[in-house]
Design a protein around this ligand. Structure first.
Ligand SMILES: [Zn+2]
Length: 207
């Protein structure tokens, strides 16, 4: 519905299709990673760039693992609009995919934190696509060999010596880009959606 996932055309557009998959799940498990540790690593990713640490309310109230009760488990990030309470709901498993998703959701939280001091009206992305674009920019910076090597999760030293190994890194970037909303197509989708809402609500705003 939201044009978020284009993975089904992967076989048509994947560059260097014979390149090995980038999967650090076994290394995460071997090193005893937990969902909590994955979120701590994710927080570090942002604080090392000088961005804001997660507030105590985040750690106190977020749902980071699958609860015992039935739950809708799609990952999501929430701003409770009181300038202190920000939470993520994600039934995190210790996998490569969830490590990436963790950073994606934390980027949404970081976006919330950055505009927390704005008046209520301005506490949102200028357009929903901005939020996703920011989160996916973070995702692309995480799901690549040099970064995973620096985290001690990917074990091929040559990736740091030759960071532009396109045949190796491009397929993974392509996979990320297709599974998320980096494509201009999705921005168009959001714009059409906004246009529809303006029309439906009888707004006289220029769009
Ligand atoms: Zn998102």
């Amino acid at each position: 519905m939201w044009a978020q996932n284009w993975k089904s055309i992967m076989d048509l557009v994947m560059p260097f299709p014979t390149s090995p998959a980038l999967d650090v799940t076994s290394e995460l498990l071997r090193q005893g990673y937990t969902p909590l540790r994955m979120f701590q690593v994710g927080e570090e990713f942002f604080t090392k760039m000088g961005l804001k640490p997660l507030p105590p309310e985040f750690w106190r109230s977020s749902v980071l693992t699958r609860p015992r009760r039935p739950a809708q488990c799609s990952a999501s990030a929430w701003d409770f609009c009181n300038r202190i309470d920000y939470r993520i709901k994600q039934c995190t498993e210790v996998t490569t995919q969830d490590l990436v998703s963790t950073h994606h959701e934390l980027a949404h939280i970081q976006y919330y934190l950055q505009y927390a001091d704005q008046p209520q009206l301005f506490r949102d992305g200028a357009n929903p696509a901005f939020h996703e674009a920011l989160a996916n920019a973070a995702t692309l910076s995480v799901y690549n060999m040099p970064h995973l090597y620096r985290l001690g999760l990917y074990n091929n030293k040559s990736v740091t010596e030759q960071p532009l190994q396109l045949p190796l890194s491009l397929p993974h970037h392509s996979a990320s880009s297709l599974s998320i909303q980096m494509s201009p197509k999705s921005d168009d989708h959001v714009n059409v959606d906004d246009f529809f809402n303006f029309k439906r609500q009888g707004s006289r705003a220029e769009v």
